[in-house]
Design a protein around this ligand. Structure first.
Ligand SMILES: Cc1cc2nc3c(=O)[nH]c(=O)nc-3n(C[C@H](O)[C@H](O)[C@H](O)COP(=O)(O)O)c2cc1C
Length: 345
């Protein structure tokens, strides 16, 4: 996830049982030109393996050269992004734009395979650009025919927002039509969702994005359920508190104090979104200007949760908001506005 799945995030996901993590998406052009920030996003510590690097591009030569350079970092897979819906990306004929041009998509996969020195290449697809043309079956076949080791499918169209349910049935159709492994993706928020996806689609593996925000527990709970039939249990407040502090420490180590604060704030809110008092937490957290202040907020907020300080809050309300938009606090929020206005008065 762009802006999110950096080294601290990935490290925690792995500690909690994620089988494979990915770097943030990087531009193939930036890799070839040796752009400092692009290369920094693509690198990882060897303890993070197995790990994939995701690239964005639309030119065969550039992707071939980028794959060659990336292969020297020894990732476990190099993934081609064919799903990014952002206008700037699509207008440059990259990301989801490729979905409408299966022959081109095939050639790009081939170029990556040629350059990657044996590192497996994968492709992340959506169902298509818009309702008029669902291209996932054709694109999956092109990917397979051109040497992709597996495909991942986000079962939505480029034009779909998150409030549209993913059409998992297309994952099943792809699974029937190719012989390489298929990874399913789209609205897996609980271990039960993951098992349901496997059962309904026959996919070989499940990819989790938003469901892992502030919730690495999903990996532990899924592995326990799947392998040992142990029923999922929610984390207790102390575990969340310690993890939020650990994540903050890792971010400060990675980026320095000033540059890590905004990243830490997002993650802290995600960690605590399952408890009451979210509006109060938001109010405090956005005022914090130092690492120490953030730590104090985490500790005090956890104490209050433990002492049942917060009245019953509409958790379901915030959960739904989160599902539709991960930065849910940036939305016009009736409850939050009311709360903040009351404070001012
Ligand atoms: C903040 C954010 C950033 C994302 N960045 C990427 C990205 O760089 N590459 C990519 O393939 N998908 C990206 N995605 C899409 C997710 O990988 C995933 O396909 C999508 O969110 C559906 O899965 P989910 O319902 O589990 O969230 C991003 C999603 C979010 C919410």
């Amino acid at each position: 996830m762009a802006e999110i799945s950096d080294a601290p995030f990935r490290r925690i996901a792995k500690e909690y049982g994620a089988g494979l993590t990915f770097t943030q998406m990087v531009s193939a052009d930036g890799i070839v030109k040796g752009n400092f920030n692009t290369l920094r996003f693509a690198t990882f510590h060897k303890s993070e393996k197995p790990i994939g690097i995701q690239v964005l591009g639309n030119d065969e030569t550039t992707l071939r050269d980028a794959a060659a350079k990336l292969s020297s970092l020894n990732p476990d897979v190099i993934d081609l992004n064919c799903g990014c819906p952002v206008t700037k990306v699509v207008s440059n004929k990259m990301g989801a734009w490729l979905l409408n041009d299966p022959p081109k998509l095939g050639k790009l996969v081939k170029a990556l395979v040629e350059g990657s020195n044996g590192v497996p290449v994968s492709v992340k697809l959506r169902l298509g650009m818009d309702g008029g043309r669902i291209t996932v079956l054709e694109n999956a076949k092109r990917a397979e025919d051109n040497g992709a080791a597996y495909i991942a499918i986000h079962a939505r169209l480029r034009s779909d927002k998150y409030d549209v349910d993913p059409a998992w049935e297309w994952i099943a159709k792809v699974k029937e039509s190719v012989s390489i492994p298929v990874v399913g993706n789209g609205s897996v928020f609980t271990p039960f969702d993951a098992i349901k996806m496997i059962e309904e689609t026959g996919c070989d593996s499940v990819m989790v994005a938003r469901g892992a925000l502030g919730n690495p527990f999903i990996f532990r709970n899924f592995n326990n359920l799947f392998e040992k039939n142990i029923q999922p249990s929610p984390p207790d407040v102390d575990e969340v508190k310690n993890l939020a502090i650990k994540h903050l420490n890792l971010l400060v180590k990675e980026y320095g104090e000033i540059n890590s604060l905004d990243k830490a704030k997002k993650n802290i809110i995600w960690y605590f979104r399952v408890f009451g008092g979210i509006t109060e937490l938001l109010e405090q957290i956005f005022k914090a200007k130092t690492e120490l202040e953030l730590k104090e907020i985490i500790i005090n907020h956890s104490d209050k949760i433990k002492n049942n300080f917060y009245p019953e809050e509409d958790l379901d309300y915030y959960y739904k908001k989160f599902k539709n938009r991960v930065l849910f606090w940036l939305e016009e929020d009736e409850k939050l506005t009311k709360f903040l206005n009351a404070k001012v008065a």
